[in-house]
Design a protein around this ligand. Structure first.
Ligand SMILES: NC(=O)C1=CN([C@@H]2O[C@H](COP(=O)(O)OP(=O)(O)OC[C@H]3O[C@@H](n4cnc5c(N)ncnc54)[C@H](O)[C@@H]3O)[C@@H](O)[C@H]2O)C=CC1
Ligand SMILES: N[C@@H](CC=O)C(=O)O
Ligand code: NA
Length: 436
């Protein structure tokens, strides 16, 4: 049978990885897919650089739209990034009856509903395994491997740049700016690194996983997003003393009243496997009612790890090419007419526990005035750590770990504690998850 013909738009880091993996593993891929997969045309802004990568193995075309218009091409790979041109290209490819593979999480988190509806109507597939946690087959696991379960929650380290920054700050005592530069040099960071450090990239990926896990549309605009820019080395150290690590987690959890969708620095017990995921590695924990806890770990970024996922999607599409849309794996796991309208919860209704650090006057009665406020708001304390003050010092740090509560209650208590004359600086609060 004739090989399936593929065109690639955006031959950058990931695109070059796709070219190399497809070339290197050609024969094995053909045996798995039942048909050869041939990259016949590529496009990138700089044509000479494109030629330097593919040589005479694929045609370099000057206009991306020539790939979409080519009737011989069955699958278009979109790897240009961003949400403007990428959206146009993906929708045009779908309209032209092409299957699409993309690694673009920003595009799908924001415009996924429109794109998946267009693909379903046209009877084509959109593969996006590479968009979440790069090479880790988490979309496959959620959409296929775990379909027997009611998913309860997902918590993941899904941004390599920020995990690398936190690891390096903790292990080597380096400052934030130095480590960010290193992450950029190593190619982990997004073109605009604020997407990484402000938690936006993680929220894009979390939004996609949440939709698949709970059968709701993608709703990036409702995600609560905090990055790591406000995190201080002091809190990383105190957390360690209490047996916790601080990780930037994406958490989505089913509650009776709705779905939590949040990205923020989080204290995680140091004994959990996910607390020990270091550097640019990614890890996702999924809790299903039947399977219990499962953990997926691996490289969430980089040319070939990400290409591994892109090529897996090409194989899937090749295998499903002739199946009609109603009998394919649905884009968001649930059938498009079976998506639920379960609300995404406002932050005040999120349930979590807290680490608090208060700079307080070192005098009698301070601790009791604080615990009284916590008790008034029905907040119960899990542990307290008071740093011994040095002789002559008139202030000290008070660290409190709480049990689970509603975020809204904690906000009200924080406002009251902050107003105490004995509380001397802004109170630091970081959410804590036991993940068990
Ligand atoms: N680099 C990584 O580790 C990962 C990247 N992704 C996603 O994969 C996508 C691609 O990322 P990278 O390969 O890292 O980016 P990149 O910047 O290395 O590559 C993008 C390529 O698209 C080309 N391009 C941009 N605008 C174009 C236009 N108007 N016409 C033609 N070509 C154009 C650029 O010249 C460049 O070669 C993005 O959506 C990114 O978020 C996803 C997972 C991991
Ligand atoms: N910038 C991202 C790259 C992959 O998605 C990250 O750091 O994880
Ligand atoms: Na993946």
């Amino acid at each position: 049978m004739k090989p399936i013909q593929v065109g690639l738009i955006g031959l950058g880091t990931v695109g070059a990885g796709v070219f190399h993996v497809l070339s290197r593993n050609q024969e094995e891929i053909r045996r798995r897919a039942g048909r050869g997969i041939e990259l016949v045309a590529v496009n990138r802004r700089n044509l000479d650089q494109a030629r330097a990568i593919v040589g005479d193995k694929a045609e370099v075309v000057a206009n991306a739209r020539d790939i979409i218009a080519n009737p011989a091409i069955d699958i278009v790979i979109e790897l240009v990034g961003g949400t403007t041109l990428a959206k146009e290209l993906v929708l045009e490819a779908i309209a032209a009856g092409k299957h699409v593979v993309t690694a673009n999480k920003a595009l799908l988190a924001v415009h996924g509903t429109e794109i998946f509806a267009a693909a379903h109507a046209k009877g084509v597939m959109v593969g996006f395994e590479a968009a979440v946690a790069g090479g880790i087959p988490i979309i496959k696991a959620l959409r296929e491997g775990l379909t027997g379960n009611r998913i309860e929650w997902i918590a993941g380290i899904i941004n390599g740049t920020t995990n690398f920054i936190l690891s390096e700050m903790r292990d080597k005592g380096l400052d934030f700016a130095t480590v960010l530069k290193e992450a950029q040099r190593l190619g982990y960071a997004e073109a605009d690194p604020t997407f990484d450090i402000e938690g936006v990239d993680a929220a894009h990926k979390l939004t996609i996983m949440s939709a698949i896990a709970f059968g709701v549309p993608v709703q990036f605009a409702k995600a609560h997003i905090e990055g790591i820019t406000q995190l201080q080395a002091t809190d990383i150290r105190y957390a360690e003393q209490l047996g916790y690590r601080i990780k930037l987690l994406g958490i989505t959890r089913r509650r009776d009243s709705g779905i939590e969708l949040r990205v923020h620095p989080t204290l995680v017990p140091a004994k959990r496997l996910i607390a020990n995921v270091e550097g640019a590695m990614n890890a996702v924990v999924v809790q299903g009612d039947a399977v219990g806890t499962t953990l997926y770990y691996g490289k969430g970024a980089g040319a070939e790890p990400t290409a591994s996922a892109v090529v897996a999607d090409l194989v899937d599409i090749t295998r499903l090419h002739t199946a009609d849309p109603d009998h394919r794996v649905p884009h968001l796991a649930f059938q498009p007419d079976a998506l639920a309208d379960t609300p995404i919860l406002p932050l005040s209704e999120v349930q979590t526990s807290f680490y608090l650090r208060l700079r307080v006057a070192d005098e009698p009665g301070v601790l009791s005035s604080i615990t009284t406020i916590l008790a008034e708001h029905n907040l119960s304390i899990d542990a307290v750590l008071q740093r011994e003050s040095n002789e002559g010092e008139k202030q000290t740090d008070l660290i409190i770990l709480t049990h689970d509560t509603l975020e809204g209650r904690m906000r009200a208590a924080l406002a009251q504690m902050q107003a105490l004359p004995t509380v001397l600086g802004p109170i630091v609060s970081i959410r804590k998850e036991e993940l068990a």
